[in-house]
Write a protein that binds this ligand. Structure first.
Ligand SMILES: Cc1ncc(COP(=O)(O)O)c(C=O)c1O
Length: 403
């Protein structure tokens, strides 16, 4: 129905929403393109989801634990799930109790809540650059100022990076978008700087389990723990999730932090969704108790390792003249940087869509939108043949770009 001409004009949206930009418009248009190969998203392969096991756990949750699954859960989460998460991360050094744990509706809600409790309007965020787009989205309503830091630079000064910020944000394992690891020495330096400058340090870790080569590095929250201190009361907030280890549709994640921080986040969560789905939490608890995460992980790793190798082989075969990249040792993404500084990857996206392939231009991971030299390529969603075809299409798009 069209609007009545006699209706008065409606008030617009809140100011932070601003105008839809060109990139958003292109992404929206991508949904309409038939036979598009999507290398842009960050989605897991649905064939890895343990469907039969989750169906059984869901049935049992409702039939045997209706109080947990169907009633309003406590805001902080089901106590048994909080205990389970505390056990999962606790060590000799890192002493955790349920008071250190808040269950959230995916790591994404953790980012939203910590923006609410830590960030004043226009406040300063020290953010690892390039920065996860979802974090930028979560904090956009507060219009923060960003001070980017690049922990992989040799001259990285952790104290200078953190000083004066309301909090610092880092994805140390296989970052989104670059797929890179922050080394152990730099993790230690960030933790030490968080202590000396009194800055909260957010360790966002959805990809830590997706490790294809080499050994896992110590978590910053572990490095921040003071041996003998119980419960943990350090400056690092850790965000975890079941999205990449079991299935994102569960929407179950967690924040591990000092008890005072958990209390503040709980207040923010009360005003947000009251509690995360009890059904999802009960399924998550039984999944973790039965070791479902450990059971499915080898299959996920095998599939994603093969796909990473296929994407990198296709890049080497087709795009080596245009881009440089590193083979990531984990995670879901390859970050490819144009050799020619004049190549504008916002423009490349438009040409790529013409060739029926979608990639994410680097500009969306820069709060200023200025970095237009890189693209992020996902390798988890498509099989090897589709990845190779996607890269072929991208090469066609590059050849079609006006010089
Ligand atoms: C760096 C990072 N943080 C947080 C999330 C949010 O994950 P979820 O809300 O599914 O737990 C993602 C998802 O892709 C991510 O890449």
């Amino acid at each position: 129905m069209s609007a009545s001409p006699s209706r008065p004009a409606r008030r617009g949206f809140a100011r932070w929403l601003g105008e839809t930009n060109e990139i958003t418009r292109l992404f929206l248009a991508a949904g309409q393109i038939p036979d598009l190969i999507n290398l842009a998203g960050g989605l897991p392969e649905p064939a890895t989801f343990p469907v039969a096991e989750l169906a059984e756990l869901a049935g049992r949750a409702v039939a045997e634990h209706p109080g947990d699954a169907l009633a309003y859960p406590p805001i902080e989460g089901l106590p048994a799930l909080r205990d389970r998460i505390a056990e999962r991360y606790a060590s000799e050094r890192l002493r955790l109790t349920r008071d250190n744990v808040l269950i959230v509706s995916g790591g994404m809600q953790g980012l939203d809540l910590l923006g609410k409790v830590l960030l004043d309007p226009g406040g300063l965020v020290a953010a690892q650059a390039p920065t996860y787009l979802g974090a930028l989205d979560a904090w956009r309503p507060r219009a923060p100022r960003y001070r980017p830091f690049r922990p992989d630079r040799n001259d990285f000064d952790a104290e200078g990076a953190l000083a004066g910020a309301q909090f610092a944000y880092c994805v140390p394992n296989f970052s989104n978008p670059t797929g890179r690891l922050v080394g152990t020495g730099t993790r230690r330096a960030l933790v030490a700087a968080a202590e000396t400058t009194g800055t909260w340090l957010v360790e966002d870790d959805p990809y830590g389990a997706l490790h294809y080569d080499g050994e896992p590095l110590p978590r910053m929250i572990e490095l921040a723990a003071v041996p003998g201190e119980a419960p943990y009361d350090g400056p690092v907030l850790y965000l975890g999730t079941l999205s990449k280890e079991i299935a994102p549709g569960l929407r179950i994640g967690w924040v591990i932090a000092a008890p005072g921080m958990i209390r503040a986040l709980t207040l923010a969560k009360q005003g947000s969704d009251l509690a995360s789905s009890g059904l999802g939490q009960r399924i998550a608890l039984d999944a973790l108790d039965s070791g479902l995460d450990r059971k499915v992980l080898p299959g996920i790793l095998e599939t994603y390792r093969r796909r990473r190798d296929a994407l990198c082989a296709a890049l080497a075969g087709q795009l080596a003249d245009w881009f440089d990249w590193e083979v990531p040792v984990g995670g879901m993404f390859v970050w490819a940087v144009a050799r020619d500084p004049a190549l504008d990857t916002d423009r490349l996206l438009a040409a790529a869509l013409e060739a029926r392939v979608c990639v994410t231009p680097g500009s969306v991971f820069d709060p200023e939108g200025r970095d237009r030299r890189a693209i992020r390529l996902n390798f988890t969603l498509n099989d090897e043949a589709r990845l190779a075809e996607g890269v072929r299409r991208l090469a066609t798009a590059l050849r079609a770009l006006p010089a």
